[in-house]
Design a protein around this ligand. Structure first.
Ligand code: PSU
Ligand code: MN
Length: 308
């Protein structure tokens, strides 16, 4: 693998996989530091890693711990990260700040993509990407995840865009950025807690193998943009849109009343929806992340399989 900067630590299993062209799946850590409460966060992260190993790939959770950029965490590091109460939430703009100031931080989708590409990891699993926030026409709040997807060539498996966002505008920005948005066995863009939406998905593929083949053509064309694989939440774990939308609207109006903006928006909304749904949103969130991890592992395995 490429020589990495002096502040990077690569877990031994990840290093072995990268040096021997074995499948690796990157995982983000904002979901651990800002997306879920302790101890659900560490339980989720541990079981997601297990799902990936069971499918024949090596998990690499990416985070910053005391100024060290970690590619793969051991159990002790994972539980340490899950307990940090003042962790930063870092994106392209501030990943270097967290490292130079020796902080601990969760990496967002954008920051995780940057690190995955640096290490040569091709596939990354998350819950839902950041996007265009409701009211962006006045707040200008558009996640840096979207511009990162426009320039960093990593395959990102997500359950669509979170329903707290303006999903049609998110899809428009993805198109403008040249991101390939592929529905996995679906014709509509999944809306995180719900499997379907009324938005048509631009492209559809029905197997991990076809997604890997698609990416190989993208590689040959040297397209400098990401591939977003939209994977619907399993039906059993879904929250019907009429139920979740009520919680979302309540959380959004509370947010406006409290004047919350910037980086705090997504963590605030997720936390309030968790409380309003009495934990149901968290259960769904955990289920969809695991489901994305399984598909990401299958894609990584297919991508590394010798040509037939
Ligand atoms: N998916 C989840 N929970 C999360 C996130 C995604 O299930 O907490 C995080 C991701 O790290 C994503 C971030 O990059 O939310 C988006 O934040 P913002 O809207 O501030 O860009
Ligand atoms: Mn934002």
């Amino acid at each position: 693998m490429n020589a990495l900067p002096h502040f990077v630590d690569v877990h031994a299993d990840v290093l072995d996989a990268l040096n021997n062209q074995k499948p690796v799946v990157a995982l983000e850590s904002t979901i651990i530091t800002h997306g879920m409460p302790f101890p659900d966060n560490v339980d989720m992260a541990t079981s997601v890693e297990q799902e990936i190993r069971q499918r024949g790939a090596v998990p690499a959770t990416i985070a910053v711990l005391d100024g060290r950029l970690k590619i793969g965490l051991d159990a002790e590091e994972l539980s340490r990260l899950a307990k940090v109460t003042d962790a930063l939430k870092i994106s392209r703009a501030d990943i270097a700040f967290a490292i130079s100031q020796k902080k601990s931080a969760g990496t967002t989708v954008a920051a995780t993509m940057i690190v995955a590409r640096m290490a040569g990891i091709r596939v990354f699993a998350t819950g839902g990407i950041g996007g265009v926030h409701a009211g962006a026409e006045t707040s200008f709040d558009i996640s840096a995840d979207l511009t990162e997807l426009g320039k960093t060539d990593v395959m990102v498996v997500a359950a669509g865009a979170k329903a707290i966002l303006d999903v049609p505008k998110t899809l428009e920005v993805l198109e403008t950025q040249g991101v390939a948005v592929v529905g996995y066995r679906t014709d509509t863009l999944p809306a995180f807690w719900t499997a379907e939406s009324d938005l048509e998905i631009p492209l559809r593929l029905d197997s991990a193998n076809e997604i890997a083949e698609f990416q190989k053509v993208r590689d040959d064309l040297r397209l400098e943009a990401g591939l977003l694989v939209a994977n619907p939440i399993p039906a059993d774990d879904e929250i019907p849109s009429n139920i979740i939308n009520g919680y979302i609207e309540t959380a959004q109006s509370e947010m406006a009343a409290q004047g919350i903006s910037g980086k705090a928006v997504t963590p605030f909304l997720l936390q309030r929806i968790f409380e309003l749904s009495e934990g149901r949103s968290l259960k769904a969130n955990i289920a969809l992340v695991k489901n994305n991890a399984r598909l990401a592992a299958d894609i990584a395995v297919a991508f590394h399989a010798p040509p037939r």
